[in-house]
Design a protein around this ligand. Structure first.
Ligand code: PLP
Length: 450
């Protein structure tokens, strides 16, 4: 008689608690994670391991610009990975050259270096600034309070938030912070050692605060006068999130001062050809721009662009990274740009962003005891919560965190920023009905808090 085959072990359900246990045992606990484990996504929706659907207005922190599981990203990954994934930067590959050309076309004449993250892109700009000032002994980079520039040692030295620096002293020398949007403070801070200024066009981690046009133009003037590089960290606010390729393009356009820059299909830009504006605004350009996040739509890639006159400062041997600009990463990033152009997503970011912002302002007028202000541009929006929402005072946790929790319970993903701001950084192809669904959920949660 044949032996009876024993039954297979019971299928272990891959539920949130089991996944969390794996993390607790094996993953360095440097992140404070929410009690959510996701298994898959589609468009602007994510599904947790129990099958619950969430509308994702966080977009993986401004990364998933085409949403989740976009078929064009899948196609680019499959097509390119079946040809060539990596060869190193000892050699040339076409996708890297073509992506660099696209980014130059979108910003202005210059050159691009590819890396793998936002922190690395900024690190490259720091080295560019030091190389720029080296012959004159200048090395200092002035950044803004409440800024965020990444978690490397130089990144935390550049960042204007004490919480990221604590416990990692001594700080990398040569970084100093001044109040954001305060031109006078920047002017006063410049010393004989200063080589560059670095700011975000819209501060992201600092609570969604856009720069004013006067600040941008004033910094440009200051940098020209003092022979400093003006560097912009566009890691979070770039890649059409504000409705133009770069947030400075949108900010100057908002003030009726559209710079003569590419970055949006002109025929679809409602105010790209706004008359008027100073010639300074029209010709505004930074000297360096850091990019990452949405550049790869979820596939890791970072880059920094350097304006023409400084584009050859980093000569052969001066800077490098093994993985920077692989054919795979660049093919995906090129496809992301194609889809943004094909589907007019810059226009969508502007239109759906305007709808969301107006609706949030309406909610702030209706529930002033919960929402203090609404800030941002395009699909980069911040909801600042009131200081003392009764439902949140006893718990001791930051109001932003508690509110984000409540939104999770209601099926909506958003991202806290500091203690009182909730960020919306959704995919650029978020539809109007999805935005309406998001507003209905926020309204429901806010009304219970009021
Ligand atoms: N710069 C800004 C403005 C950011 O928002 C971030 C990340 O949130 C970074 C730099 C760091 O990017 P990464 O996390 O890819 O290193």
């Amino acid at each position: 008689m044949k032996e009876i085959v024993p039954p297979p072990p019971a299928v272990v359900r891959n539920d949130t608690a089991a996944i969390q246990a794996l993390f607790q045992k094996n993953v360095i606990p440097s992140y404070a994670r929410f009690d959510l484990a996701f298994s898959h996504g589609s468009g602007s929706y994510l599904y947790d391991v129990a099958g619950r659907r969430y509308l994702d207005l966080g977009g993986g922190i401004a990364v998933c610009c085409l949403g989740h599981s976009h078929p064009e990203i899948t196609r680019a990954l499959v097509e390119q990975s079946s040809k060539l994934v990596h060869v190193s930067n000892l050699y040339y590959t076409e996708p890297q050259g073509r992506l660099a050309e696209s980014l130059v076309d979108l910003i202005a004449p210059g050159k691009v270096f590819f890396c793998n993250s936002g922190a690395e892109a900024n690190e490259g700009l720091f080295k560019l600034a030091r190389r720029f000032g080296h012959a004159e002994g200048r090395y200092e980079i002035i950044t803004a309070q409440d800024s965020f520039h990444g978690r490397t040692l130089a990144g935390i030295a550049a960042t204007g938030q004490e919480k990221v620096k604590k416990g990692f002293e001594p700080a990398v020398p040569g970084f100093r912070q001044v109040p954001y949007n305060d031109l006078e403070a920047a002017q006063e801070a410049v010393s004989p050692a200063t080589a560059a200024l670095l700011i975000e066009g819209v501060q992201g981690e600092g609570g969604i605060t856009p720069a004013t046009p006067e600040y941008l133009l004033g910094l440009r003037r200051l940098c020209d006068e003092k022979k400093l590089l003006l560097l912009m960290d566009s890691v979070q606010d770039g890649h059409f999130r504000t409705g133009r390729f770069q947030s400075f393009q949108r900010i100057l356009e908002e003030a009726g001062q559209a710079p003569d820059l590419p970055g949006l299909e002109p025929q679809r830009a409602p105010s790209a050809d706004t008359p008027g504006g100073t010639s300074a605004a029209r010709s505004f350009l930074p000297d360096g721009v850091a990019m990452a996040k949405s550049l790869g739509g979820g596939f890791p890639i970072g880059a920094f662009w350097v304006r023409g006159p400084y584009a050859d400062l980093l000569e052969p041997g001066a800077h490098a990274t093994t993985f920077g600009g692989t054919p795979l990463a660049c093919a995906v990033a090129l496809r992301v740009l194609e889809v943004i152009e094909r589907d007019s997503l810059a226009h969508n970011a502007r239109a759906v962003g305007d709808y969301l912002k107006n609706e949030l302002i309406r909610l702030s007028a209706r529930f002033p005891s919960v929402i203090k202000t609404v800030r941002g541009l395009g699909l980069m929006l911040g909801i600042e919560l009131a200081a003392d929402i009764p439902a949140f005072v006893t718990n001791g946790k930051a109001p932003a965190l508690q509110c984000v929790h409540r939104l999770h319970e209601a099926g909506l993903l958003t991202i806290p920023s500091g203690t009182h701001v909730i960020r919306l950084l959704p995919p650029l192809n978020l539809t109007r009905p999805q935005a309406e669904e998001g507003i209905r959920t926020i309204e429901k949660v806010v009304s219970t808090l009021a």
